[in-house]
Design a protein. Structure first.
Length: 242
């Protein structure tokens, strides 16, 4: 089975990837190279979201922020410093999300209950209650947590990453049923993990999302990026006026 994409899709919906990793955790590339490779295949926005816990959060986020600030004037895509709170005890998730934001992370992800890893049961709910921007690979997320994600407007991730993608179909079906916003990310750790918007669209269709709903997933990612940029600009204006 093959899909033909209208040229207008490729123009309007270029890749936005809000879940990637650099050498500051378990990725292969330094931030500048990751961004360059993303730009080269047509990305319009990328977030650098390395794995964090209490041991490294205050070391990594400031360095990512520094790299992003240095790079921004020289690239044509939006680059956002971020964080992925990973395998944290439930009681620590809210504080870690808050600390990540205070340190400068613009996109805060919590590593959800993927079926591929022994993530603590209850992580999905703790992440949503903490107000994370994105709950990555949430596995077999339950109805109560789906409804809470809708209420809190926390995005659920459809992922291109192999083992985590096993539950993409379930996540897509349940999120659409309950009106929870979806986004698509790569969870990239190496150059070969980056994907084009066309391939992302194929993943969404393969997850069972109807073609007339696919564009809304890309629109969700764009809206989150725009929200973050507006907030950052407002904070910058406030500092200048003080």
């Amino acid at each position: 089975m093959s899909f033909t994409f209208h040229p207008l899709f490729l123009y309007l919906f270029r890749m936005i990837d809000l879940h990637t990793h650099t050498i500051f955790s378990d990725g292969e590339l330094i931030p500048f190279e990751l961004v360059r490779r993303a730009q080269a295949i047509g990305y319009t926005a990328i977030a650098l979201t390395d794995h964090l816990d209490a041991s490294n959060i205050d070391l990594i986020i400031p360095r990512i922020v520094k790299a992003v600030e240095a790079l921004k004037p020289h690239v044509s895509i939006d680059v956002l410093p971020g964080a992925e709170i990973t395998h944290a005890p439930l009681e620590m998730i809210a504080d870690l999300v808050k600390e990540a934001r205070n340190l400068g992370a613009k996109i805060v992800i919590v590593h959800g209950e993927t079926v591929a890893e022994p993530v603590i049961k209850g992580t999905n709910r703790a992440a949503i209650q903490a107000g994370a921007d994105i709950l990555s690979h949430p596995g077999m997320i339950n109805i109560e947590d789906l409804l809470l994600a809708k209420e809190k407007h926390v995005f659920l991730e459809i992922t291109a990453r192999r083992a985590h993608a096993f539950t993409n179909g379930y996540i897509a079906k349940e999120a659409i049923k309950f009106g929870v916003p979806l986004c698509i990310n790569t969870d990239a750790h190496s150059p070969s993990d980056l994907i084009t918007a066309e391939y992302a669209r194929t993943i969404l269709l393969g997850a069972g999302i109807e073609e007339n709903r696919v564009d809304s997933v890309f629109e969700n990612s764009r809206s989150l990026v725009d929200k973050v940029l507006r907030r950052s600009n407002a904070q910058g204006d406030k500092k200048e006026s003080q």
